[in-house]
Write a protein that binds this ligand. Structure first.
Ligand SMILES: C[S@@+](CC[C@H](N)C(=O)[O-])C[C@H]1O[C@@H](n2cnc3c(N)ncnc32)[C@H](O)[C@@H]1O
Length: 377
């Protein structure tokens, strides 16, 4: 792995550059600005493991990265062998190519390129999470209706949720990444940005982090079974109560651990017990359904907490934030996740582990763990 100039460049698994002009040899990914290097490391790591030759590149603060495959089938193979939801840093992905657009009649040029694409079942127009991207979003809104109409007329777009999704990411009015992704293997929301409404009664904005985590880690169809009113939860580092609010909203009885004060509105629900205790030493008397932890601490300490709570059957599911280190952020998260996994293997228990940099995460990632067997009531 090496960095050239101000760009990131990561090879996997062979170092010779292939023919970049091949059709659809690029896997394009969105990310939070500043995390392009992490996306490159992560995708290069997976590509090396899966034997897909190519290299990842990105410009710092561009909010995107590319993996250029040496064979045209490379991106499709990556998409077939990886679940998008399992990737930590990418917010969206698509396979395809960059297309230069003229100032007028962009649609004809796009239709020409789309001849090489299979028919798609839905369409998203996206921009990157940068200032330029924000400025382009109005252009996209205006462009979407005529483009959609032309695609339908040309038979390129039909209304079929099973078919791949056509994804256009505009870098400017003159350059677009024309790509597609399997409809069941891409971000849940356009650009990977959830449209969650801040609940006015919630005591802090970080309430949206836990709500987003649930959307990401728990299928909507399982919410009633896994997040319901007969359950109990512990919130470590709870004050003022944004995460407790989400547990209470689902009707749970919550023990909130923090030396700081909890919002009175939450205490008034009668569902919250507030204990001024240390989140790292507190243990519940009985197994709880949920443990959530938003304490800003060294990631290794929060990871150890996860291992203890799931490993000692103190909870069945957990959502915990891991603060990212300054450097080698992907490598460090991977190392911590592997350590947690090894810990569970040594204990002989099965735990499902997920990790994502959510839209509401800044210098952190969110982990979700669920005990799959051996859980006692
Ligand atoms: C980021 S805030 C939590 C915000 C909360 N999740 C919300 O949505 O309102 C972190 C909290 O962790 C608490 N904290 C820090 N160290 C702690 C510890 N060792 N035990 C318990 N709480 C701790 C702080 O007092 C602070 O209120």
């Amino acid at each position: 792995m090496h960095v050239e100039g101000s760009d990131f460049l990561y090879h996997a698994p062979i170092s010779a550059h292939g023919d970049e002009s091949q059709f659809m040899n690029t896997l394009f990914m969105h990310c939070r600005p500043g995390f392009e290097g992490e996306v490159c490391s992560e995708i290069a790591d997976h590509a090396a493991r899966l034997g897909v030759a190519g290299y990842a590149k990105a410009k710092p603060q561009s909010a995107c990265a590319e993996f250029i495959c040496h064979e045209p089938a490379g991106p499709e193979r990556l998409m077939a062998q990886l679940r998008f939801s399992d990737l930590i840093f990418p917010r969206q992905w698509a396979r395809g190519d960059f297309v230069q657009l003229p100032e007028t009649d962009r649609i004809s040029v796009l239709l020409e390129h789309l001849v090489e694409f299979p028919r798609c079942g839905s369409l998203w127009l996206e921009v990157l999470d940068t200032n330029d991207g924000k400025e382009l979003s109005n252009f996209c809104k205006k462009f979407e209706a005529p483009l959609r109409k032309a695609l339908i007329q040309a038979g390129r777009l039909v209304d079929d949720p099973q078919l791949p999704r056509l994804l256009l990411t505009f870098k400017s009015g003159r350059e677009v990444f024309l790509g597609m992704a399997p409809a069941d293997n891409l971000a849940m929301w356009p650009m990977g940005i959830p449209r969650l409404k801040f609940p006015r009664e919630a005591p802090s904005r970080s309430t949206l982090k836990l709500e987003e985590a649930w959307h990401h880690f728990i299928p909507r169809s399982e919410w009633d079974e896994r997040l319901h009113g007969d359950m109990t939860g512990v919130d470590l580092g709870a004050a003022p109560g944004g995460w407790t609010y989400q547990l209470v909203r689902r009707g749970m009885l919550v023990t909130a651990i923090d030396n700081g004060p909890m919002a009175e509105s939450l205490m008034d629900t009668g569902l919250v017990t507030h204990l001024m205790a240390d989140g790292f030493t507190y243990r519940p008397k009985q197994t709880v359904d949920w443990m959530v932890c938003d304490i800003v601490e060294k990631p290794a300490r929060n990871a150890a907490l996860l291992e203890t709570w799931l490993g000692e059957n103190l909870c069945r599911e957990a959502v915990v934030n891991l603060k990212l280190p300054m450097k080698q952020r992907y490598a460090e998260v991977k190392r911590l996740l592997e350590r947690i996994e090894d810990g569970f293997r040594d204990r002989g228990i099965k735990v499902q582990i997920g990790c994502k940099q959510l839209y509401h995460d800044r210098e952190e990632v969110t982990c979700h763990l669920r005990r799959l067997e051996g859980a006692k009531r």
